[in-house]
Design a protein around this ligand. Structure first.
Ligand code: 13P
Length: 287
């Protein structure tokens, strides 16, 4: 059964490790992430962007697929199904569809509006026993049409949003979705420390997990990050393994064109990436 991300993140924050959010796109992705979480005995958050939800024909399909897989695969580790960078309307749709967690990305609104909309969603999530992630200070780069300037969050605004009773808080600290540019200045640990100072026990969320060097990941966890989002890195691993299969001409050998064969190396590559991240984040055996 899907769970809210509340307990797993509370434990992660207290235990100084982070739970990975891995974005899913289809059946192979979901299967790979769930199988790895179970194998690693790790809690996990399945992230679904609005674009990915649409691709999979809608949030209800996603809920049906994930619930079905959890049962058929006998998944016993804690799994949260979470909307990534949701609009207000998208959040309501996911509540209705049976997600166990949502993110409302109000970072592009003036702070008063972000507060007002987040407050309404806090009430809804409390009634449903769901977890809610809010965002202050946009994450840079582009993810599924969500474009952010990448500014650093104002710690006082973070406190204002945290005090509304959200479950976890994403604060922009110079992180970017997708690959980091050559001239990236790195994460602003100054901002992160100031946010953690004001928000205390609130689990903080680090978006843009792809390509952040290991030492920065570890330092971010030591400063209160309890959830780390990874999307692009699984896409890159999947694409590289699929390319290798095709370039080696394996789709032309025997029944190598069968999608179950053609997509297998990519699926295995996602598993390897997820495993590596769970080890780095410290969530192995924390189920
Ligand atoms: P990356 O694609 O950079 O890993 O970011 C993922 C993310 O933050 C999802 O919200």
């Amino acid at each position: 059964m899907l769970v809210s991300a509340k307990e797993m993140l509370k434990k992660a924050k207290a235990g100084k490790y982070a739970v990975g959010q891995f974005n899913i796109n289809n059946l192979e992705w979901t299967k790979a992430v769930l199988a790895t979480a179970q194998e690693m005995n790790s809690p996990v958050i399945l992230g679904v962007s609005e674009g990915a939800g649409k691709y999979m024909t809608g949030f209800k399909t996603v809920v049906g697929m994930v619930n079905g897989m959890m049962e058929e695969m006998k998944i016993t580790v804690p799994v949260a199904l979470h909307l990534d960078h949701g609009t207000y309307e998208g959040c309501l749709k996911c509540v209705e569809a049976g997600f166990s967690s949502i993110m409302f990305d109000g970072s592009h609104y003036p702070i008063e509006e972000n507060v007002a909309k987040t407050r309404e969603l806090v009430d809804i999530c409390e009634k449903k026993g769901m977890s809610l992630e809010a965002e202050v200070g946009s994450i840079g780069g582009e993810e599924d049409g969500v474009v952010g300037a990448g500014e650093c969050a104002d710690p006082k605004e973070c406190k204002e949003i945290a005090d509304l009773g959200v479950t976890m808080l994403a604060a922009g600290i110079g992180n970017i979705h997708g690959k980091y540019p050559e001239n990236w200045k790195g994460l602003s640990f100054e901002t992160l420390a100031a946010v953690q100072e004001l928000t205390g026990d609130m689990p903080l969320v680090l978006h843009g997990g792809t390509g952040i060097p290991e030492d920065m990941i570890k330092k971010a966890i030591s400063l209160g990050v309890a959830k780390i989002n990874v999307n692009t890195e699984c896409q890159l691993s999947f694409a590289a393994a699929t390319r290798e299969y095709i370039e080696a001409g394996k789709d032309l050998q025997g029944k190598g064109f069968d999608p179950r064969k053609l997509l297998a190396p990519g699926t295995e590559a996602i598993k390897a990436t997820v495993k590596e991240k769970m080890e780095l984040f410290g969530s192995v055996n924390k189920a």
